[in-house]
Write a protein that binds this ligand. Structure first.
Ligand code: HEM
Length: 360
């Protein structure tokens, strides 16, 4: 295939990756590692940086590139600048305002996509964007992060679920399966909304929906069939996705079994089973598709990709066991190794793009 490098997305990608690195630094501080604070608000901004600064920028950027519309670059610009302002300027809510505007832009992009193609997967992604906007607005108006974090989770889960549904169209889920998918998404959203009034019941309902979504994907997503595919890249992607779905179900099980958590190790476990186990694993798997699409350069598959994949999942198991066993030091190490896996992934991705470009 012939690729033409596209430089336009590079500054946005740079802001997103910088946002990720700042969020990782903040995550280590939140775990208890003694590090320089860099800016007074950095540690507490870990969540918004990860969700909006890194992923919000990356997701809206991917859409802007795919849709080839200039105005669609505004949301990734707003979220890229929004996280910077959030950590640099204290006292004024300018950063959260920019992030809320970015998510409004995300809703505008998805509305346009649904207008062009009204389908279950595009509507699911639109609900994801609306959840991002709702979470950002509540946060802007002073709600605590632990009260809005499930809206942010819905943003990522529904965005990814919608994309997987689109990519699984090869398998053509039956009408009944599509209706089931729609019902699961509706139950998930209902649980998150209900949690605003009754945190325990709402959290358990959305937890149940996550388990059902994982089971639905087990049956309908192409990933499971590709675990033994003869092409190494396809096989690697399948492992990333399949492990991600397993974590989605585990997180749902933790929410269903233990109910809502508002702080501390169990809060850490419920959130990161989804954010790291599902979301980051999906990113590992989608990177060989997303980066060539954004940058116009292919990624050369390396068997060493399995190193960061294995490290991510093993260290997450360690972290979550430590969370439930109240083993503080082990939890710190588990979290640190999660980050090492992400850094290796970035390094490997850059290396394989360069290798492909140099033609070796
Ligand atoms: C990769 C390594 C990561 C580390 C070491 C880390 C660390 C932490 C810690 C220690 C907390 C506080 C939990 C508690 O209250 O005990 C936290 C909260 C949170 N994390 Fe992470 N995290 C990581 C990745 C992620 C990712 C990938 C995302 C999103 C995609 C994410 C989103 C969040 C959110 C939204 C919160 C809630 C923030 C709050 O309540 O202020 N984290 N993280």
């Amino acid at each position: 295939m012939k690729f033409t490098p596209n430089r336009l997305p590079l500054p946005f990608l740079f802001l997103a990756i910088l946002g990720l690195l700042a969020a990782l630094w903040a995550g280590l501080m939140r775990l208890g590692w003694q590090l320089p604070a860099l800016t007074p608000s950095l540690a507490m901004a870990h969540g918004p940086l990860m969700i909006s600064g890194f992923l919000g920028t990356l997701i809206t950027l991917e859409r802007a590139v795919a849709m080839k519309q200039k105005w669609m670059y505004l949301p990734p610009l707003l979220s890229g600048l929004g996280w910077l302002v959030t950590v640099l300027i204290r006292g004024l809510p300018l950063g959260p305002v920019l992030l809320a505007l970015a998510s409004l832009g995300g809703v505008a992009i998805l509305t346009e996509i649904v207008r062009r193609e009204s389908a279950l997967h595009t509507v699911t992604m639109l609900f994801g964007a609306l959840a991002w906007l709702a979470g950002n607005l509540l946060w802007l108006f002073g709600w605590q992060i632990n009260q809005v974090v499930f809206f942010w989770m819905a943003f990522l889960v529904l965005t990814i679920a919608g994309e997987r549904l689109e990519l699984s169209r090869v398998l053509r889920p039956s009408r009944v399966q599509q209706i089931l998918f729609g019902i699961i998404v509706a139950v998930f959203l209902a649980g998150i909304l209900f949690a605003l009034f009754n945190l325990q019941v709402g959290t358990r309902v959305s937890g149940l929906a996550l388990i059902l979504l994982a089971l639905w994907s087990l049956r309908n997503d192409i990933a499971w069939r590709n675990l033994r595919h003869k092409l190494p890249l396809t096989r690697y992607i399948a492992w990333c996705l399949a492990l991600g779905f397993v974590w989605l179900g585990i997180s749902g099980g933790l929410s269903l079994g233990f109910g809502a958590q508002v702080a501390g190790p169990r809060y850490d476990a419920v959130l990161h089973a989804v954010f790291i186990g599902f979301v980051i694993s999906m990113i590992f798997g989608h990177a060989p598709i997303i980066f060539p699409a954004i940058l116009g350069v292919p990624i050369n598959f390396q068997p060493a990709f399995y190193i960061h994949l294995a490290l991510l999942h093993v260290s997450l198991v360690v972290r979550i066991i430590a969370d439930y066993a109240n083993l503080h030091t082990l939890r710190m190490w588990g979290g640190l190794l999660n980050e090492v896996a992400i850094i290796i992934f970035i390094g490997m991705t850059v290396y394989s793009i360069r290798k492909e470009l140099s033609g070796k």
